[in-house]
Design a binder for this molecule. Structure first.
Ligand code: HEC
Length: 148
């Protein structure tokens, strides 16, 4: 091995050796940060999609943008699974988990429906599905602490 290769191999080993064996989000701050990040991503993805549907952003991105929203939606439920009160979540998220998770799954299904419509029928078809899909406010009104 040349010196450079030995050096590179050493660096790679050092990087692997310092990684924890598994990554657990045991810290409650990590749990709250993660679900907030998922929500912020949903916000950005739905804003992008709305801009496309309003003709303010490139229609070429419609399918990818709708698919992005669908994928982020599928990450949301698991982000709320750890029963960690705090952030702007009301304790009812966990106290009424059956209802909360049903709402989240319905949201997921709605975004899947929207992505399918975008793929098959373009902007016009997506416009017909967007209102039914974006149930954000319906959940926030019940499960999120209102902004002061
Ligand atoms: C089934 C319930 C549910 C659905 C559906 C839902 N949210 Fe949320 N959202 C929450 C809860 C609960 C919080 C509070 C999270 C926390 O701070 O602990 C939240 C927080 C947020 C926040 C604030 C994040 C922060 O940084 O504090 C944004 C932005 C947001 N949601 C956007 C959206 C958008 C946009 C959609 C729809 C495209 C959506 N949400 C759908 C339950 C939901």
């Amino acid at each position: 091995m040349t010196r450079l290769l030995q050096f590179a191999a050493g660096l790679a080993f050092a990087a692997v050796a310092t990684l924890p064996a598994t990554v657990h989000a045991t810290d409650s701050t990590d749990v709250i940060d993660y679900r907030k990040n998922v929500m912020k991503s949903l916000s950005a993805a739905s804003a992008g999609l709305n801009a496309i549907l309003q003709g303010k952003a490139p229609a070429e991105n419609l399918v990818l943008q709708a698919e992005t929203l669908r994928i982020i939606a599928t990450t949301a439920l698991i982000a709320f699974e750890p029963n960690v009160e705090g952030g702007d979540s009301k304790p009812e998220v966990w106290a009424k988990w059956a209802d909360f998770s049903a709402k989240m799954k319905a949201f997921e299904a709605g975004t899947a429906d929207l992505a399918k419509a975008a793929k098959e029928g373009g902007v016009a078809a997506a416009q017909g599905k967007v209102q039914a899909a974006l149930t954000c406010k319906g959940c926030h009104d019940v499960y999120r602490v209102p902004k002061k």
